[in-house]
Ligand binder design. Structure first.
Ligand code: SF4
Length: 425
């Protein structure tokens, strides 16, 4: 029999602990507790109906009086009991008390607890603020009242030196106390110490494949590889315009984690058949620049062309051109030294190579002046044995290179159109 589950995300107050180093939810501004409104919403929800199971998420603890008043909890419990609706909420163990549970007598009630790991030392490093014994006590109390326990565990938390051993030990421990277990891939989230660790190269997330490899042999356990749409995101206070033709503007940690994400997590669009490598532009986002507008006027006539910019932040698929930091850096060619040009080629050859190793395209094309960016893309393709065609011919480049940007020339754009026509018909 299928259950219709209603999931409510209730913004109310703020987690009382707020200390777990991987948690971004608790760092947001506390939502005011408005009990009258919550009660009215609750009444409406049960009048509308259409569900036979209810789950409540609240970025903290539903059983914490600072987030939800006992009156509200009792009102909810009564409604769930009257309508025979099973209820699942989340809570830290210290709020799982006989008094709080007394309100849910007669309800098919489950409390989900984020244990994360059964290793007390690791739990301390994660600054979880409770021990596995605290979890066990809460679980025993819940069971003694006839309620159920759902346990969340993290795969690959920071400071974990044996990812597989640690999660297997944790699952074995949690099985003794849980009615259901969810193993969750640890991902960097919001403004957290975990994000700082990723930026400092001290920790990195597992890909979906790596995650499923680790948990492959676990039966009777729910597996959650991506709890939110994971993409490198930097809180406002982290962002800045990165300026200058410098080593920092090649290897800034914000670029490094993006390149890591593009190589290990990103999936190019399904329609992308041809990788078309393009130069960056002083104007950001790139797609608003003259070069990219002209290129788009040609490319839009064909299906399957994926535009990919190569610049000092690395490889940038065009769909990210208005994402930080790709829309917030400046690299002045007049500041370039022979040494920094050499580093630019080295860095980008490596990044293009890793990108192409991770993502297979039918053909690789570029539309680039015969300069450092072309040299980097060419080197990457040569090392991979991938034929590279520059849609801008050497002849056209030589002919116009002293008269402004040769990529703006009608002849060059015609060559781009011809190259795409030959490949895509
Ligand atoms: S993981 Fe849970 S307990 Fe820890 S800070 Fe976040 S909301 Fe609070």
């Amino acid at each position: 029999m299928f259950m219709t589950t209603k999931t409510l995300v209730l913004a109310s107050g703020q987690c009382s602990w707020r200390g777990c180093i991987f948690c971004g939810y608790s760092k947001t501004e506390p939502a005011p507790v408005n009990m009258a409104r919550q009660c009215a919403d609750l009444d409406r929800l049960f009048v509308e109906g259409g569900f036979d199971e209810l789950k409540i998420f609240c970025s903290g603890s539903f059983l914490d009086d600072r987030q939800f008043t006992p009156e509200f909890r009792r009102r909810l419990a009564r409604k769930c009991m009257d309508k025979h609706v099973p209820l699942t909420v989340e809570s830290r163990p210290e709020f799982v008390t006989a008094e709080a549970l007394g309100d849910f007598e007669g309800v098919e009630f489950t409390v989900a607890i984020g244990l994360e790991t059964s290793d007390p030392a690791l739990l301390r490093k994660l600054n979880k603020g409770f021990t596995p014994d605290d979890f066990a006590r809460a679980a025993d109390l819940l069971h003694s009242k006839g309620f159920r326990v759902r346990t969340y565990l993290l795969v690959n938390p920071p400071f974990c030196t044996d990812v597989s051993g640690s999660i297997h030990d944790s699952v074995a421990f949690a099985r003794k106390y849980s009615d259901s277990i969810v193993v969750i891939n640890t991902l960097p989230h919001g403004k957290t110490p975990l994000l700082d660790m990723w930026l400092a190269g001290e920790w990195s997330p597992l890909t979906k494949k790596e995650f499923f490899d680790v948990v492959a042999d676990m039966d009777g356990v729910e597996k959650d590889a991506e709890t939110f749409r994971f993409i490198p995101t930097f809180p406002r206070e982290y962002r800045r315009v990165i300026r200058g033709a410098t080593e920092e503007n090649l290897t800034h940690p914000h670029y490094v984690v993006w390149q890591d994400w593009l190589q290990r997590f990103y999936e190019p669009p399904k329609w992308a058949r041809v990788a078309l490598f393009l130069p960056c532009s002083a104007k950001k986002p790139y797609s608003k620049s003259k070069t990219h507008s002209l290129v788009w006027s040609v490319v839009k006539r064909f299906r399957g062309v994926h535009r990919i910019v190569v610049s000092n932040p690395g490889v940038i698929p065009i769909e990210f051109d208005d994402h930080y930091p790709f829309n917030a850096y400046e690299w002045d060619e007049r500041e370039e030294t022979p040494e920094i040009r050499k580093r630019y080629v080295e860095m980008n050859a490596e990044r293009v190579k890793k990108y192409l190793q991770a993502h297979a395209y039918e053909r690789v094309l570029c539309f680039l002046k015969y300069s450092e960016t072309y040299e980097a893309v060419k080197r990457a393709c040569d090392e991979l044995g991938i034929p590279l065609r520059n849609a801008l011919s050497k002849e056209t480049y030589e002919r116009f290179k002293d008269e402004g940007n040769p990529l703006f020339r009608e002849e060059a754009l015609e060559e781009l159109g011809n190259a795409l026509r030959e490949i895509l018909g």
